[in-house]
Design a protein around this ligand. Structure first.
Ligand code: G3I
Length: 460
């Protein structure tokens, strides 16, 4: 379902990226032999993929820059403008101007937008750097909720969490203030993002996760497998793929892409650049992506070498004066030579009736609920922890009486009845079953003042 949505989005992008691309989109739909595309975006779209770039708002008034951007790309990632320090410079005060400039530029020209990034140990504003514990957890969740809600419907994929694993051979999480709020901070961020924008693909994004044999790659793989098994809402994995002599394009890159894809997530190459712009390495990356059905796009981290965060490495597809480099030709040729993926055909038969779930004995050990609140002037976020008693829960309901003036505006990881007064919260599909003595969490955001909340829990 989500995959079909993705394909529809990429077809829409084809239709909107100019006359040549429109023709290419029609070729895809009509399954006529695809004409070789003449731009990165159109050629990728012929293969059911996107080709994107990082964009800096400050360069949008540079005509040479926007000429290449508008001609070549059909996906855009704001390079810095959606990061936490840019979007919430003071706690509770959000600033979206620069990000909106990029989003509007892209969407008005039929390009899609990848959001980068909602939760990260780096580029935190000063106020967040100084926080810890539950106050930081609540602030992070509020940030995810606010920003993803603001851009709801305008961002096709979010890097929800960025760079949360350590380099080297430990396979451990990176130590950070966010990690120290508890190991479940990543899944909490994903749940908040899903609640805020149910239509966006939610990605985990990292670097040095390209070589299949590396401990960091394996650690991210284990986390994604665990998330899929437990129903944590994750849709994609982003491989940044910053390649250079110390971190070379690995021979097993395709194995990495296909292994992640086999977990049931999309794979996106999110920040590609290659020291010296080796045409051979660029070609290899494109061929590897095209070989994996769920590798649905490639983003390069800048347009011209002079736009790169590593300008001295000349790692991009265009020279500083805007000329196409040999790596550009290699990428375009690889895109055009790739095989067109099979188009999905709508189902023509009625799906078989689903078998009723097995009956499960009623829970008899009850449950308890506790709440932590992050209050600011005019609003709050509540995080509710549901803990099973001496028996496992199959499903649960939590009742919370809100004081007068408090109105729920947003919630995650639970269904609710009522926004004011007495509210009832029931589990969603993935968090109803809780082992004896184990816990799960849900949360909500509300206007007004929380006061002291006293949730009660009932096993169902
Ligand atoms: O805009 C200010 C400017 O006013 C000031 O004079 C100048 C002085 O240093 O700084 C400018 O801000 C810089 C900003 O880039 C815009 O150029 C920041 O210092 C600098 O830290 C920032 O670097 C960004 C870096 O992330 C920060 O972590 C790079 O542009 C950006 O390309 C890079 O992107 C990251 C991805 O988000 C995550 N993966 C790695 C990737 C490369 O580091």
């Amino acid at each position: 379902m989500r995959n079909a949505k993705w394909k529809a989005a990429s077809r829409a992008a084809i239709a909107l990226t100019g006359a040549g691309a429109l023709a290419a989109g029609m070729a895809l739909v009509l399954t006529a032999p695809a004409a070789a595309g003449t731009t990165l975006g159109a050629s990728a779209a012929e293969k059911g993929r996107y080709f994107g770039t990082a964009v800096a708002a400050g360069r949008l008034n540079d005509g040479a820059y926007t000429t290449i951007l508008n001609r070549e790309f059909n996906m855009v990632t704001p390079e810095n403008e959606m990061k936490i320090d840019a979007t919430e410079p003071q706690q509770g005060q959000f600033s979206y101007g620069a990000a909106e400039q990029i989003v509007n530029h892209a969407r008005s020209r039929g390009m899609n937008v990848r959001g980068h990034t909602l939760a990260w140990h780096s580029q935190q504003p000063g106020w967040m750097q100084n926080m810890s514990g539950s106050a930081l957890r609540q602030a992070m969740l509020n940030h995810v909720t606010q920003v993803a809600t603001h851009f709801r419907g305008q961002v096709v994929a979010w890097d929800v969490v960025n760079e949360a694993f350590a380099d080297g051979s430990s396979g451990a999480r990176r130590d950070s203030n966010l990690q120290r709020t508890g190991n479940d901070w990543i899944e909490a961020a994903f749940r908040a993002a899903r609640a805020a924008d149910p239509g966006a693909k939610l990605c985990y994004n990292d670097y040095n996760t390209d070589d299949w044999t590396h401990a960091k790659t394996q650690a991210v793989y284990s986390m994604v497998r665990d998330f899929k098994q437990r129903g944590v809402p994750i849709d994609c994995v982003g491989l940044q793929s910053h390649f250079n002599n110390n971190s070379p394009y690995p021979g097993n890159y395709r194995t990495t892409l296909s292994s992640f894809a086999a977990l049931g997530v999309d794979v996106q190459i999110t920040e590609l650049d290659i020291e010296g712009a080796s045409a051979t390495w660029y070609r290899g990356v494109v061929e590897d992506c095209l070989a994996v059905a769920r590798c649905n796009g490639i983003t390069v981290w800048g347009i011209r070498d002079s736009d790169s965060w590593r300008a001295s490495q000349t790692p991009l597809l265009f020279t500083s004066s805007g000329a196409k480099k040999p790596a550009y030709d290699a990428v375009l040729t690889a895109l055009n030579n790739g095989t067109t993926p099979p188009t999905t055909t709508p189902p023509t038969t009625t799906p078989p009736p689903t078998t009723p779930p097995p009956t499960t004995p009623p829970a008899n050990g009850g449950c308890t609920a506790t709440v932590t609140v992050n209050q600011w002037t005019g609003g709050f976020v509540a995080n509710v922890r549901v803990t099973a008693g001496s028996s496992a829960l199959n499903s649960w309901t939590v009742t919370i009486a809100l004081p007068s003036g408090a109105t729920v505006t947003n919630a995650w990881s639970a269904d609710r009845s009522g926004n004011t007064g007495t509210t009832n919260w029931t589990n969603v599909a993935y968090n109803g079953q809780v082992g004896a003595g184990q816990s799960t969490e849900f949360g909500f955001q509300a206007n007004g003042t929380a006061g002291s909340l006293s949730p009660t829990c009932a096993a169902r």
